[in-house]
Every structure is written in structure tokens, then in C-alpha cells.
Ligand binder design. Structure first.
Ligand SMILES: Cc1ncc(COP(=O)(O)O)c(C=O)c1O
Length: 432
């Protein structure tokens, strides 16, 4: 296989022993005082994740190929978006108005770009109201906090692959968490029959596998059992739906899905999050959630960036089309090579190769890196211990040449046995 000019000489990673055994050797309790210690298990998990995941950054200047970025439309470096934010900061300084660190609890002035963003985003998402938060994690935890504060006994049904921030929020609220198999509505219904109505939570596109939730059927089920649906649209906004307004709108479900959330560090390339709901929830958020009461708000210049990003995203039909061509081609070719993961045929810009255990995953990831290809290894706790995976994001920044090169490398891996998809847990069958 021809090595392209942009790839640096292969890194020699093979000499480093990066295996589960090597990483977990010689760990004992970490003593803080004679009576308090960090358990070896905690350290082991942290070490394994640190070694597998970091440092993990593709260097464009070296020609490394970036399948890590969630900036799907490649707008992170858009001049107009960055200039809008920079100019706002400068104008605030010049006017002596620059402020920082406002708490989220106080009502924002009517002129605040935050309000403008919330209103425009609500219109775009066909939602009653949008609440802007500092991150997707904040949006998910805050929403769960509002919903569960006095609803102690209401079950929360979680898709197995839903983003970890929901589990975190539910645990913090001591909620009654019931997990159903990924996208398996028979399993969900069986659980709802036993436990009764509650909140159902799913990602419209899962962050590890890029699978799409069966949202229409979920709405039917939620309505049948008097339940409410919460859908995380982090990986859909910007890329899917009319003007990028997500899968819920694409399917015309905006009236049937009670709450939507999203982290905006993906399609928006901005540092914040949102949730949608009825107008009354905005008031609850301001005065009723820990993350609002005891933490600062999104800054105005960040809201200005969001406004410009929203404008750009709405007009980005060409980018969406070009991205769709790229991910459809890449996933199709991958399947032709024999990567027959059960979850690979969803029409989305991301996917996971479910490699199995830690060693296999780290080995595949390191070998990819040695060829200048950077994807994201997901090991415990980002994936179950026996179903680690390598997550790939296709962005519009990737060139056809880079995709071809990567496919050629993946073909080579099949031929020399570096990758053995038929031994992976997702080979032609569900495994989550
Ligand atoms: C589906 C999903 N929801 C929420 C989040 C959290 O977003 P943020 O990074 O803004 O906290 C992520 C990010 O990884 C995600 O993939």
C-alpha cells in the first residue's frame, strides 16, 4: 500500500507495553491519611483510561488524519464565527463594559445576546423555549435535577448507550434508574409494564456507535404508558434535519418529545449546551438547579459566537451534503472490506468498531496512530469492559484523499490480521 506524502514516518509504539496487564501492575491503595485511601480499583480505572485515551490529538501540520473531532461541519475555524466573538470582546473592553463570571441565577438583561440566542434557537428547533447552559453535561444534569427533585419514585428508563451525563445526574438525584437494551423497544416495554410510567431517555444519535434511536416508536410507547421522552441531540444538531435542526424535527416529533438536550461543542463548535422545554422550565432552571445557582453563566461573547454559528449552520446545506457523501462512502467501503459491525449501517457521520477487550482496542488504536490515523478509543467507563471500541467521526474537513488512505490502511489491517472484525462482539449481531 502506498504511503502518502503527508504521513510522517511511523511511530514506533510497538516497543511500549501498553496492555491491560502492564498498565494495572503494581497498584496498591494510595494512602491519604493512615485511615483514608484511594482504592486500587479507582486508580486502575483511571490509569487504564489515561493510557488508552491520552494524549490523543491529531496534528494537522504533520498531516495526521483527524477522526476525533466532533466539529462535523468544520466550522470551528470559520473566520466569521471567530471574528464575531473576538470583535464583541474587544468592543466590550473599549466600552468599559466587559464583565465576567455572572451567576446564572439573576435574570439576564433583555439586550443580552444569550436571550437572543435562546429565542433564535427555539425558533430553529420549533421548541417553546430553549435554555442555554455551559455544556451538554450541565444541560443533561440540570434537566434531570428539575425533573427528579420531588419525583423520587418515578422511574427513569435509560437506553444502555445514552450519554454518561444522564447517569451522573440521575445518581446525584438518587433517581430510580432502569436501563434497557440499546434501541430495544421490546425490552423497554417489558420494563415499563412492570414499573409503570416514567421518563424515557435516549440519544437521537449515540455518541459511541452513531446509531439512530427509533424515535417514532419511542413516542408511541411513551404515549401508551403516559411517559415523557427526553432526547439528546448532541450529535444530530448541525448535521441532520432541515437547516441542521436535528432528528426530532426531521421526523416531525417536536410536539411529542417533551425535552431535547444537546452539547454544542460538536456541530456548533461552541462551548455550551441547551435543553428545550415549555417556557415554565426556563424559570425553574434559573432558580431551581444547583448548576445554575452555584455556578457562573455562559458569557455574552460565547452567546455571540453561538448566534453566528447558528446563522452559519442554517445556511450550510452544501457542507451537510458534502459530509453526507463522505460518510456514506466511507461506511459503505468499510463494509465492503469486511468490517461488518451490526451497527455500521446507520446513515450518520460517526460509528464505532467494537473491538472487544482493552488490549485489542489499544493495540488497534496504536497501530492506527502509527499510520497517522487518529480515532478515539472508548474503554471503560466510556464502554463496558468487554466491549471497548474505537469511535470514528467523519467531518467535512476530511479530504477524499485522506478517506482513501484510511480505507487502504484498514484493508491492509484485514489482510495482515491486525484487525479481525469477525472476532469482534458486534460482528453481524447486536451486542449492547
Ligand atoms: C450525546 C452527548 N451528550 C452530552 C455530551 C456532553 O456535552 P459537553 O461536552 O458539552 O458537556 C456529549 C459529549 O461528549 C455527548 O456526546
Amino acid at each position: 500500500m502506498a504511503h502518502r506524502h503527508w504521513i510522517q514516518p511511523a511511530l514506533n509504539l510497538s516497543k511500549r507495553r501498553i496492555t491491560y496487564k502492564a498498565v494495572t501492575e503494581n497498584i496498591t491503595k494510595l494512602e491519604i491519611t493512615p485511615k483514608i485511601a484511594i482504592p486500587a480499583r479507582t486508580q486502575r480505572h483511571a490509569r487504564l483510561a489515561n493510557v488508552a485515551v491520552g494524549p490523543n490529538l491529531a496534528d494537522n501540520n504533520k498531516g495526521e488524519i483527524d477522526f476525533l473531532s466532533c466539529d462535523y461541519l468544520a466550522i470551528g475555524h470559520d473566520r466569521a464565527i471567530n471574528e464575531a466573538q473576538a470583535e464583541y470582546i474587544i468592543s466590550q473592553i473599549n466600552d468599559g463594559k466587559a464583565t465576567w463570571s455572572r451567576s446564572g441565577i439573576w435574570p439576564r438583561s433583555h439586550e443580552s445576546p444569550m436571550n437572543e440566542f435562546q429565542e433564535k434557537a427555539a425558533e430553529w428547533l420549533k421548541a417553546d423555549a430553549v435554555v442555554l447552559t455551559k455544556s451538554g453535561m450541565d444541560a443533561n444534569c440540570s434537566l434531570v435535577e428539575i425533573l427528579l427533585q420531588y419525583n423520587y419514585n418515578i422511574p427513569v428508563y435509560l437506553d444502555f448507550l445514552v450519554h454518561a451525563s444522564f447517569r451522573y445526574g440521575i445518581r446525584a438525584m438518587k433517581g430510580d434508574m432502569i436501563v434497557f437494551k440499546h434501541n430495544d423497544l421490546v425490552d423497554l416495554e417489558a420494563k415499563m409494564t412492570k414499573r409503570g410510567p416514567g421518563f424515557i431517555i435516549a440519544d437521537s444519535i449515540t455518541s459511541s456507535l452513531g446509531t439512530i434511536a427509533p424515535l417514532k416508536d419511542m413516542c408511541d410507547l411513551a404515549e401508551k404508558y403516559g411517559s415523557a421522552l427526553i432526547v439528546d441531540e448532541s450529535h444530530a444538531l448541525g448535521v441532520h434535519g432541515h437547516e441542521g435542526n436535528g432528528i426530532v424535527c426531521q421526523l416531525g416529533l417536536e410536539q411529542r418529545v417533551q425535552f431535547r438536550t444537546a452539547g454544542l461543542a460538536k456541530g456548533f463548535a461552541c462551548n455550551s449546551g441547551i435543553f428545550t422545554g415549555r417556557q415554565e422550565f426556563v424559570e425553574l432552571f434559573l432558580g431551581g438547579t444547583t448548576k445554575c445557582m452555584f455556578s457562573h453563566a455562559v458569557q455574552d461573547h460565547e452567546a455571540v459566537r453561538l448566534l453566528k454559528a447558528l446563522e452559519t449552520i442554517k445556511q450550510a446545506n452544501d457542507k451537510r451534503k458534502s459530509l453526507q457523501i463522505k460518510f456514506t462512502y466511507f461506511k459503505q467501503e468499510l463494509r465492503k472490506l469486511g468490517y461488518l459491525g451490526y451497527y455500521l449501517d446507520h446513515p450518520t457521520q460517526l460509528f464505532g468498531l467494537v473491538t472487544g477487550d482493552y488490549d485489542k482496542t489499544v493495540r488497534l488504536d496504536r497501530t492506527l496512530k502509527s499510520k497517522g490515523i487518529y480515532a478515539a478509543p472508548f474503554v471503560f467507563p466510556a464502554a463496558p469492559k468487554d466491549r471497548s471500541l474505537v469511535r470514528w467521526n467523519i467531518t467535512d474537513a476530511l479530504t477524499q484523499e485522506q478517506l482513501e488512505y484510511t480505507l487502504a490502511v484498514l484493508q491492509e489491517f484485514i489482510e495482515d490480521g491486525t484487525a479481525k472484525p469477525s472476532e469482534w462482539p458486534d460482528y453481524k449481531k447486536p451486542c449492547f
